[in-house]
Design a binder for this molecule. Sequence first.
Ligand code: ADP
Ligand code: GN1
Ligand code: MG
Length: 363
Amino acid sequence: MKTKEQFLHILSRFQQDDTVVSVEPFGNGHINDTLKVCVAGGAPKYILQRINHHIFTDVEMLMNNICIVTAHIRRKLEERAEEDIDRKVLTFIPAKDGKYYYFDGENYWRLCLFIPRSRSYEAVTPELSHKAGRAFGDFQSMLADIPEGRLGETIPNFHNMEFRLQQFRDALKANAAGRAGEVEDLIHEINKRARGMCIQEDLYRAGKLKKRINHCDTKVNNVMFDEEGNVLCVIDLDTVMPGFVLSDIGDFIRTGANTGAEDDENLDNVSVNMETFKAYAEGYMETAESFITPLEISLLPYGGRLLTYMQTVRFLTDYINGDTYYKIHRAGHNLQRAEAQFKLLQSLEGHAGEMDSFMGKWL
Ligand code: ADP
Ligand code: GN1
Ligand code: MG
């Protein structure tokens, strides 16, 4: 953790001249470090983030994507004659050299305006789920007309299941931490499902599915709400990139429609919350109907299974590699995460018929 003087120096490299009174850690992500910056008078004015450049290796592309996306959304909001636009889209502050990040020789930093009188939620209710569904569907629909090739993949193949399975197989082969032998049952369960989890890549090659711009991190805490509980905007735009549409329902089902925690040590707590799923699907379809195809609609419940399977594979891969990607908070954490995700997958599989028939009303 840096000293206040070091933070003040970083902040002085951006195009702002506020008197900073405090810089404090904020939020609880696994990847970047987020800090809240308060200025004279005590009000929060900025969010300062240290970008994890080991994961987002092309910071130039990352910030270019984010600038395109925020400018595009701002234009859409203006066309809709929305009020209070500054609270409905993130505003990034350039550094003194005009770039949207500052490199201090070791780390990359970016600064954006703190959205006044806003809050996010960590726990999902059906009402929040419906609102988040609307917000992410609207986000995708606003970005649907960004021309192909405009945005880069900030993490190449981020939600490509074939690629994630390849990384898993590479990890098994290297067995760097000597842990593969401990997790044979889970490896078997993953291998059993592998082919059936690559449907999107198959359909894409067959020309039946197109790529869209997705958020790719659709957790409820990436939606900001105002004091009356209305959605202001979607934040955390690092992973906004072209990919397959199922990402943005799938990751919400995985993170929001779980009766337990992502890393629950008690697997009995973990199962799908159907009310949350239904609320998200309703909200999402209200705003996504403008662009989504019948094939994509029919695959939305599969999206929940896919993203949960993908996360099982990613956590287990990291465990086998010796915990090199995700921050862990205890020994065996990545394995516990993988086991809890697999339990959720089994529950989603058990409810697949019910989820499919729920989607029937849009088909
Ligand atoms: P992480 O990668 O850590 O998830 P986020 O960008 O999602 O980073 O920020 C973490 C939390 O900080 C969010 O859940 C939200 O509560 C808060 N936050 C982020 N950006 C802003 C902002 N511009 N204004 C107000 N709060 C914000
Ligand atoms: C990471 O930073 P956070 O917690 O929102 C990860 C997601 C995973 C998630 C698992 C860039 O997201 O893909 O689903 O952890 N982000 C990246 O909790 O790898
Ligand atoms: Mg976040």
